[in-house]
Write a protein that binds this ligand. Sequence first.
Ligand code: SAH
Length: 209
Amino acid sequence: MIETARRKAMIERLRAAGITSNAVLAAMETVPRHHFVPPGLEFQAYDEKALPIGFEQTISHPYTVAVMSQALDVQKGQRILEIGTGSGYQAAVLCEMGAQVFTVEKVPALAKFAADKLSAFKYHYVTRTGDGTMGWQHYAPFDSIIVTAGAPVVPEALLQQLKEHGKLIIPVGKREEQVLTLYLKEKEGIKKMELENLKFVPLQGREGW
Ligand code: SAH
């Protein structure tokens, strides 16, 4: 099948770009990314670019999904909160890696699109429509939190909702460009690591733009 060949080629490009986690590469080789893009864009689904999904939002680049998933070092059974469900693709990759995914999306139509796809593939996930910048206290604490939109500041509620040794990955910075930043919640306090500069759609809402 042509999609399988395209997906394999995407995996080789991710390897060449420095993605080393076999767990991430295996999950991305399994999840059919072309089912998570709007009709008519399937042909471009495996290209190294973000694609429009409506409502001025995008499905993230394959590289962005890979680098964020790798930074979280996902273990089976972990509880992961995602802010910005979008197409549902990032959530599907985390589910494929064995995580229990809780995901929040502010645009109702996108939340529905993603939920339909994730259910069709029989992934276990919980989703909510609304502003995710305050996290999801009901299901806290989480092993990891992933924010897939660019934030002006790190929402304090997200750090609070992490377990000890938990990880938060979030792009922080200006509207046009952000630094992908990893926060580790340790006993001694919060450790911060800046990974690389990337460009995301803006995080909106109470703690967003
Ligand atoms: N993870 C997605 C990326 C989608 S782009 C994917 O794999 O396709 C980022 C998404 O964040 C958009 O769908 C946007 O609507 C959503 N978003 C922006 N601000 C938000 C907020 N405060 N709460 C929840 N979702 C938000």
